[in-house]
Ligand binder design. Structure first.
Ligand code: CTP
Length: 421
């Protein structure tokens, strides 16, 4: 672990000013509490790569939870969430900044009031438990060594060489989610998986370790992969190494799916006002060619909430019906009626599958029809003597549909129609 002065300066130069300020606040508390603290994991990797990352993880050699309370007070944070069992806490400073604080075991103190005499006691162990060398780096947040890199396993070298390497041979066996993570990092950063690591990865897949995977964690990794800029890259890897097959034996990446995945970024831009969730769209694309019962099985495995299932599982199963209805829809009200209850992410899947005229109708619905304010409201109906009833909704819908179909129609005209009703 050699850190030259030049390298320390170089690293500090890459850290944005607001993060430096934050680290100084952390350092102040470390000094007061006489504890050692490090910034660790993904953010250190991303600083070296010059990539912005807002997930701040720190490890305290000492009392992480008490440290987190002090940090919250120092930063005037909004909230703190404590997990006693894991000795971790999250300090939520504001809506844009949260800091994960973990505890690593303190080795021993030479003098009760001094810093630990073992320079790198438990932090080494903490780093050794991690997935890849590129994620095993720590940054000193200590007043004397502020900004020094703690690199036990050549993580810095591997980042420079753009290689994903495990720390020990049992890494994938211990935690098979790492198989997915390896591809996630390889594709996101355009890194290669180091040869021996690849061999261990293949062995773990061949020996069925993916069967032991924890689904909530896979779900989490999938959400990140599918939300990344180019999910098709990681998915190609996942297919090539038989990971997709383990999710469901019928999921196969077709050329059509790849094309759809590639189109997601431009869809996100075109429909930016919809604030589309990219990972959900990509997830639905993966299920494009599956049958209803297969889709159901996958939604079950991932244990999505009822609400989520109602929006997306139901939507994706019904989408071909919606598309054929859309093809026949001529009037505005028919387009509206076909698309109104479909969630936007499913609507995008229909958009991808649709031809030019269906696409135009979807655009018309999103940019125009869905924004039209009904001229006739419930209050108007009540004012002419209607009582709320199931019929009520129907009358309002009819009025809206007429409004959509007859440009320039006035509220009075619509109301006179209703009165006749
Ligand atoms: N980690 C691990 N094994 C896992 C998951 C996580 O060793 N199965 C470790 C890694 O060292 C990682 C850290 O926990 O750096 C934090 O995990 P996570 O937030 O998932 O990863 P990041 O590296 O921060 O990646 P990202 O930038 O995508 O959040």
């Amino acid at each position: 672990r050699k850190v030259s002065k030049a390298m320390r300066e170089q690293l500090l130069d890459k850290i944005p000013k607001d993060l430096i300020d934050l680290l100084k606040a952390i350092e102040k508390i470390a000094k007061k509490r006489k504890e050692k603290v490090y910034m660790v994991g993904g953010i250190v990797r991303d600083i070296i790569l010059g990539i912005p990352n807002k997930d701040i993880d720190i490890v305290v050699e000492g009392e992480g939870i008490a440290f987190a309370w002090d940090l919250k007070n120092e930063l005037n944070g909004e909230k703190i969430v404590v997990h006693e069992k894991f000795k971790t806490a999250v300090v939520i400073v504001d809506k844009d900044l949260k800091i994960d604080v973990a505890t690593s075991r303190v080795e021993y103190y030479e003098y009760p009031t001094s810093l630990p005499s073992v320079d790198y006691g438990s932090i080494r162990e903490d780093m050794y438990r991690r997935d890849f060398t590129i994620n095993s780096l720590a940054l000193e947040v200590d007043y004397q060594k502020f900004g020094e890199l703690v690199d036990f396993f050549n993580g810095y070298r591997d980042i420079q060489n753009r290689e994903i390497r495990i720390l020990h041979n049992f890494s994938f066996v211990e935690d098979p989610t790492r198989i997915i993570r390896a591809f996630r990092f390889a594709s996101r950063y355009d890194f290669k998986i180091e040869e021996e690591t690849e061999r261990f990865l293949k062995d773990a897949v061949e020996n069925g370790f993916l069967k032991k995977i924890s689904w909530p964690r896979v779900k989490n990794e999938f959400k990140i992969i599918l939300g990344d800029k180019n999910p098709e890259k990681a998915l190609n890897f996942l297919e090539k190494y038989d990971v997709l097959k383990n999710i469901h034996h019928n999921i196969k990446l077709t050329e059509k799916m790849k094309k759809h995945l590639e189109e997601l970024n431009s869809l996100g831009e075109m429909f930016s006002q919809l604030k589309l969730k990219k990972w959900i769209m990509a997830f639905l694309i993966l299920m494009e060619d599956l049958k209803s019962d297969e889709i159901e099985l996958i939604f079950n495995k991932f244990s999505f909430s009822q609400d989520f299932r109602k929006k997306y599982e139901f939507g994706i199963k019904k989408r071909s019906e919606a598309l054929s209805k859309l093809k026949k829809a001529d009037k505005n009200s028919e387009i509206y009626d076909t698309l109104n209850e479909i969630s936007f992410e499913v609507l995008m899947l229909i958009y991808l599958e649709g031809k030019k005229s269906s696409r135009e109708k979807i655009r018309k619905f999103i940019f125009d029809l869905s924004k039209i304010k009904p001229l006739v409201t419930g209050a108007d109906l009540i004012s002419v003597g209607y009582k709320p009833s199931p019929e009520f909704r129907k009358i309002l819908e009819d009025a809206l549909y007429r409004q959509l179909d007859y440009k320039g129609i006035t509220k009075e005209q619509l109301m006179s129609n209703i009165n006749k009703f």
